[in-house]
Design a protein around this ligand. Sequence first.
Ligand SMILES: [Ca+2]
Ligand SMILES: [Ca+2]
Length: 186
Amino acid sequence: MLRCTVLVLILLTIAKIGWTREKFTIQLNEGNAVGAVLKAEPFVKIYDGYYFFGRESLNWYAAYEKCRELDSELVTFETDQEFDVVAAYLMANESRENYWTSGNDLAQTGQHKWFSSGQRISTLRWAVNQPDNAGQREHCIHLGYIYGDSKKFELNDRPCSQDGNSLFKYICEAPKLETISIVVWK
Ligand SMILES: [Ca+2]
Ligand SMILES: [Ca+2]
């Protein structure tokens, strides 16, 4: 009799679980999927990224620290399209300054990677003959008008620190946005 009662209870429990539907569902989407109003300051929206243009001239490490203070990192150009839209923004604002990116080959000379992602740098935006690791001491990557006759922004490697001619402005990039949607039965 006891065994029979337990069996009935188990069957009832299974049946109850089977009837219970989830009360809510959580869904993650890339970007601002619902067009929410965002307060992005001090970051500026350019295409689908958010950037901050630091105005102090710093070595690469100090620039990285400044970005971390904003919960961001030095800019990483995952695509040349991203490089182009940021460069176009700077040109539209008539800037010909130098700006640090997250790129470097500090871990292994000649293996240039984006520090924020660890991904290899594959770009067609290097200036002619760069990166050249001039003087065997250029391990951090910036964008700027590299040569006297340069007509556009390009990438170059320069000493990360301990060089008075490598104190540059910097671009921080905010983390990618995600939208969390919670759908509730009511
Ligand atoms: Ca990026
Ligand atoms: Ca160089």
